[in-house]
Ligand binder design. Structure first.
Ligand code: DQA
Length: 147
């Protein structure tokens, strides 16, 4: 679970758009959802494009799936696009808000072309639904009848 720039400020930053839950609240809930299913989830947040690229390179051997909210980097980072493509694992793009209902500069995603799908506009539920989709792909028997 990869979180990009400014997502460390969740709960404080523009709560009318991004909600009142902190990143830690969101991560903790996701952890609680997957733990009983015997699935490991790892969290990483950085405000730095290069650190995100380094992290994606480092998980090659241990990650089966990547869920990413790349924050603003979604809209301009070719480096992140390339790192996700190079990783070659299934990717789900997540956004708390609906970028397509916002400023024009948020309408383009460099993550989308390397993602199998995306969930956006549903607040922190976007993350939970992305995790459900990942588990449905990885271990469908664990989320019957959702899978
Ligand atoms: C965001 C949407 C982006 O446009 C913005 O730059 C963010 C958060 C979201 O989760 O809604 O930082 O990715």
């Amino acid at each position: 679970m990869v979180h990009g720039p400014n997502l460390n400020l969740l709960g404080v930053r523009e709560p009318e758009i991004y909600g009142h839950e902190s990143l830690e609240d969101i991560n903790r809930r996701l952890e609680q959802l997957v733990q009983p299913l015997g699935i490991d989830i790892e969290f990483f947040q950085s405000n730095h494009e290069g650190e995100l690229v380094d992290y994606l390179q480092s998980v090659r051997a241990r990650a089966d799936f990547v869920i990413i909210n790349a924050g603003a980097l979604t809209h301009y980072s070719i480096a992140l696009h390339d790192a996700l493509r190079a990783l070659g694992k299934p990717v789900i793009e997540v956004h708390l808000s609906n970028p397509y209902a916002r400023e024009e500069f948020r309408h383009h995603s460099y993550v989308a072309p390397v993602a199998m799908g995306g969930v956006f506009g549903l607040g922190s539920l976007s993350y939970r639904l992305a995790v459900l989709a990942a588990v449905a792909r990885l271990a469908p028997d664990k989320v019957e009848p959702w899978a």
